[in-house]
Design a protein around this ligand. Structure first.
Ligand code: AMP
Ligand code: ZN
Length: 112
């Protein structure tokens, strides 16, 4: 499996992790688009939001349950944005489900 996020999960390429448990991992984005930019992923390879189903949706719930804690531990104040790009038109570049947490400043009122 050549998926870059699967390699991060396995420790085959380095990442700056901010949270990890048996099912999910969060790490700083290598190319930040806000002062604080963290990615949260399931360890299981799921292609995108489009591939969320009955069998794997508990992982997504677990991610969203953890996001407020991850944001707080990262020192984000005053709010943040959670984004997931899905497919070509959204410019998804890594085809392993991930949620961007963006914060640390007043973000644009435009989302696209
Ligand atoms: P997306 O374009 O929504 O698929 O987001 C993929 C994100 O993964 C981008 O923001 C990249 O900067 C980020 N990224 C790619 N490779 C790495 C890596 N090795 N470590 C951390 N973030 C990465
Ligand atoms: Zn993967």
């Amino acid at each position: 499996m050549s998926c870059i996020f699967c390699k991060i999960v396995k420790g085959e390429i380095p990442s700056k992790k901010v949270y990890e448990n048996n099912n999910i991992v969060a790490f700083y984005d290598v190319n930040p688009q806000a002062p604080i930019h963290i990615l949260v992923i399931p360890k299981e390879h799921i292609e995108s939001v489009d591939a969320i189903n009955e069998d794997n949706c508990a992982l997504v719930a677990e991610i969203f349950k953890k996001i407020p804690e991850i944001a707080e531990h990262a020192g984000i104040r005053g709010g943040y944005r959670v984004v997931s790009n899905v497919g070509e038109n959204a410019c998804q570049s890594v085809h392993h489900l991930h949620f961007h947490i963006l914060g640390g400043e007043k973000l644009s009122d435009k989302m696209a």
